[in-house]
Design a protein around this ligand. Structure first.
Ligand code: ADP
Length: 151
């Protein structure tokens, strides 16, 4: 193998891997959840990002920095709901299970985020409904990188 064809093989392998093959179980809370409870969830589930849903549909994302910002801002974390501090739709970067892993990695880098909700899109009464089915993070991509280097 020349270096070039090995690199091509590596690229080919990454492109053959689907997001659904590497995604993990998402941490989800409803938008009424108090910030305090969401922080507890963050620790208990050992994650950096939580997806926020309303009536089963993705409405936002809340991460470590959002919690730190809210703490600095001096809000009452027992009263304020997570919906008040989250990054909300339509500014959410998502990915679908059948997209390839490289595409997810590119989105993570380009948008400078740690993780993406994996969603199923459906239209309900002319409104886009996003069902969260997984999560793909920098950790999933790093694990894939290590796996591909083992072969
Ligand atoms: P951390 O806060 O742990 O550094 P991120 O770098 O992922 O994590 O988050 C930085 C900001 O980007 C936060 O305000 C967060 O709400 C937002 N964010 C995180 N993931 C996404 C995403 N998939 N789409 C849009 N915004 C996101």
């Amino acid at each position: 193998y020349s270096g070039k064809s090995e690199a091509n093989l590596f690229t080919q392998q990454i492109k053959n891997v689907k997001v659904s093959d590497i995604m993990s179980v998402p941490s989800i809370v409803s938008e009424e959840t108090p910030v305090y409870e969401a922080i507890v969830t963050l620790f208990l589930e050992d994650v950096g990002t939580i997806f926020v849903v309303s009536k089963g549909s993705l409405v936002g994302v809340v991460s470590r920095k959002d919690f730190l910002k809210s703490a600095i801002g001096g809000i009452d974390i027992n009263k304020v709901p997570v919906g008040m501090i989250m990054t909300r739709k339509p500014n959410i970067i998502t990915v679908m299970g059948d997209e390839n892993a490289l595409h997810a990695a590119v989105k993570i880098i380009e948008h400078e985020v740690d993780s993406l909700p994996v969603v199923e899109k459906t239209m309900v009464e002319d409104k886009e409904h996003l069902k969260v089915v997984g999560k793909v993070s920098k950790s999933n991509i790093t694990k894939l990188f290590v796996e591909l280097c083992k072969d």
